[in-house]
Structures are given as structure tokens and as C-alpha cells.
Design a protein around this ligand. Structure first.
Ligand code: CA
Length: 222
């Protein structure tokens, strides 16, 4: 899952990027409202975290303009403003949730997880075949046996499970699992799928990820 953080305070932006990358998200950062809006509109992000007070364009205005083009991608506001009017104003501009500064990273993470739930996953559990991924506990089990994954393997499996039943093209996988600084050599995906298959094979789940020749990969329903 790829997240865009729009935050002008380098300390907070860096802390969030680092924390979210540890949680296996791909993370890009913009330090002003205009760049943030341009990035949000030109890349396929899964979620935006937007500070309220930004140079260039305010977070509220960014959100309003983004919502004219995109009504799907969740937006979470970071705000020091906490009067009821401000909160309503923020949500009316098209944000899905907000969090007051200062906040605990764990709370932001929990709110991000809520926004990223699919209609099929009411909890933080993703499941297919014999494989179970617990996002909150950061664990993967295959036929009941724990599988140890690297952050990138985890992120790739999470993306495929999240889109269970749909074919994920190579370019979509790159957009959602790797960040903007990655040069788009999609053969790296094949390498990581092989790593994943080998690890899952040990517990009898080698067939989970199917190759769709010339297109990408899919995890089937069931
Ligand atoms: Ca700010």
C-alpha cells in the first residue's frame, strides 16, 4: 500500500515516513500543498495523510481540489485545530478522518488501517487459501505455521491479498508497493514473488500466487 504524506514540518514528515515504512507501506512525502496536490493527482496512492496548515495551498484546499478528481482515495487530516467547527469544516472538504497533533503514531496507524479496509475485510485479517495475514500483529501464517517475511515481501503479499480475486498488473504493483524513488524495472516483482513462493511452499501454500502471463499476478478467491 502506498501513502502520500503532505507535511511541511520535516521532523514530523520524517518520523511518519520511517514509521510507516517499518509497517511495510511505500511512502512519498511532499512538503507543500501544491506539490502534494500534483503528486496526489498524478500517482495512484492508496491513502493521503495531509497536514491542515501548509505553505502554497492549505490542506483543506488541497483536499477540496483532490476530491473534484478523485472521490475514492481516503484522506486523513493532521491538525492542531480541534474546535468542533474546524473539524466539521475539514470533513466537509472531503477528508475521511482527522487526527489531532500531537498524536501517537499507533493511533494514526490504526486510523490508516481502518480507512484501508476492503469491503471483504472487516478486521485487520486478510486471508486466502491457507494463508492468513494479521496486519495489526504484523504476522503471516501458512496452514497455521508462522512465515517470516521481509518488509517488501510482506507489502507485496498484503497488496495481492487486498486485491484478492483481481489480477494485479506489474505497473499497479510497482505503484502501490514501491515508492516514487524506485525506477520502474518491474522484473524486481518477479524476484519478490519467487521469494514469497519459496517461503510459502515450505508450509504447503506454493500455489497461492498465480502468474497471469504477460500481465501480472493474482490470488484467487477461496
Ligand atoms: Ca504545517
Amino acid at each position: 500500500m502506498r501513502i502520500l504524506i503532505v507535511e511541511d514540518e520535516p521532523g514530523i514528515a520524517g518520523f511518519l515516513k520511517e514509521g510507516l515504512e517499518e509497517e511495510c507501506f511505500a511512502v512519498d512525502v511532499a512538503d507543500n500543498g501544491r506539490e502534494g496536490l500534483a503528486m496526489a493527482l498524478s500517482s495512484d496512492y492508496d491513502l493521503l495523510v495531509v497536514d491542515w496548515l501548509l505553505p502554497g495551498l492549505s490542506g483543506v484546499e488541497l483536499c477540496r481540489q483532490f476530491r473534484k478528481e478523485n472521490t475514492q482515495v481516503p484522506v486523513i487530516f493532521l491538525t492542531a485545530k480541534d474546535t468542533l467547527d474546524d473539524v466539521i469544516f475539514g470533513l466537509e472538504s472531503g477528508a475521511d478522518d482527522y487526527i489531532k497533533k500531537p498524536f501517537a503514531f499507533e493511533e494514526l496507524l490504526a486510523r490508516i488501517r481502518v480507512q484501508l479496509r476492503t469491503p471483504f475485510s472487516e478486521s485487520s485479517l486478510l486471508q486466502a487459501g491457507g494463508v492468513e495475514m494479521n496486519l495489526a500483529a504484523h504476522r503471516v501464517a501458512c496452514n497455521g505455521k508462522e512465515v517470516s517475511l521481509t518488509p517488501k515481501e510482506f507489502a507485496l503479499l498484503e497488496y495481492l491479498l487486498h486485491n484478492k480475486g483481481s489480477v494485479c498488473t506489474r505497473s499497479r504493483i510497482i505503484e502501490h508497493v514501491w515508492d516514487i524513488h524506485f525506477d520502474a524495472d518491474t522484473s524486481v516483482i518477479d524476484v519478490y514473488v519467487n521469494f514469497l513462493r519459496k517461503k510459502l511452499d515450505v508450509s504447503g501454500c506454493a500455489d497461492l500466487i498465480e502468474t497471469v502471463r504477460g500481465v501480472g499476478y493474482v490470488i484467487r478467491e477461496g
